[in-house]
Design a protein around this ligand. Structure first.
Ligand code: HBI
Ligand code: FE
Length: 287
């Protein structure tokens, strides 16, 4: 089933939205977490850290170590004491998925919205909505990387214009294939930096270990044209040569003409390569 890639209303979502502020922020209410919830976090953390050790990029591993959050669901204010002096970012608790414009405004001001609820026992590997494990474990370590910190602010600032130009989907794809499902090459080895991969054990192994799935070099316009699905493994991945490449190729670039050229065009199917495209070689690939 194909699921639309941007959510415009909070109805049908799991969080408790009543009582949230106009910017959708809420208190984390850390004391409301039960011992079972903390235990679930510890298990998720233990399982993912083992994979991270082998497959995550250096920045993610360093960031995760600095956050020291193996023992239970972390207090956002403790993370803020580390984030703020490092890259100027701050976490705000939210009830779950929030409207695009509100999400962009937070990012534009270096505030990262983190969902406060934790997934249920039967959905340990992957769920479609973000929960505290995805948002915190997947995203927050990368907020300590200066290139990602700058990219996310830029993304937030680009949001209003993309919406005004009817090109939100194009911008959302850029986020999806980098911040959520991005790979980076380090010492000629494929490493993971996307939060959507990092918070799913099976997608971690698929993204770097599957010999069949196409992997293309990072190219912003190609990405903005590429569709995606939110409820299955990705059918294509894009690979950065370094994290600073993300910001290097986008700062100062005018997205307006790109939006105008492509916004009415149908999305390229995710699994399909274009003539002349060269795949990133995969060591174990069968041809
Ligand atoms: N809200 N909490 C939360 N997390 C997201 O990743 C998120 C969101 N609202 C909008 C959104 N993402 C995307 O649709 C935009 O990046 C386009
Ligand atoms: Fe996410």
């Amino acid at each position: 089933m194909k699921v639309p890639c941007t959510q415009t209303s909070t109805s049908g979502l799991r969080g408790e939205y009543e009582g949230a502020a106009a910017d959708y922020s809420v208190g984390q209410d850390w004391h409301a977490y039960t011992p079972e919830m903390h235990e679930r976090w510890r298990r998720l953390h233990a399982r993912q850290s083992a994979l991270v050790e082998r497959h995550a990029c250096r920045s993610f591993r360093d960031g995760l170590a600095r956050l020291d959050c193996a023992g239970g669901i972390p207090r956002f204010e403790d993370a803020n004491a580390i984030l703020r002096p490092a890259t100027g970012w701050r976490l705000v608790a939210v009830p779950g998925f929030i409207p695009d414009d509100v999400f962009f405004d937070h990012l534009a001001h270096r505030r990262f919205p983190v969902t406060r609820w934790i997934r249920e026992e039967h959905e340990l590997d992957y769920l479609v909505e973000p929960d505290v494990f995805h948002d915190f474990f997947g995203h927050v370590p990368m907020l300590l990387d200066p290139a990602i910190a700058d990219f996310l602010e830029l993304y937030g600032k680009a949001g209003a214009r993309a919406m005004a130009m009817g090109a939100l989907e194009m911008l959302a794809r850029l986020y999806w294939y980098t911040i959520e499902f991005g790979l980076v090459r380090e010492d000629d080895v494929l490493k993971v930096f996307g939060a959507g991969i990092m918070s799913s054990a099976s997608e971690t192994l698929h993204s770097i270990g599957d010999g069949q799935v196409p992997r293309l070099p990072f190219e912003p316009v190609r990405i903005m044209r590429t569709g995606y699905m939110i409820d299955r493994f990705q059918q294509i991945y894009f690979v950065l040569e370094s994290l600073p490449q993300l910001i290097g190729e986008l700062v100062g670039r005018d997205f307006g003409p790109i939006y105008e050229q492509w916004r009415a065009a149908p999305a390229l199917p995710a699994g399909q390569c274009l003539p002349g495209e060269t795949l990133i070689p995969f060591p174990g690939a069968r041809t």
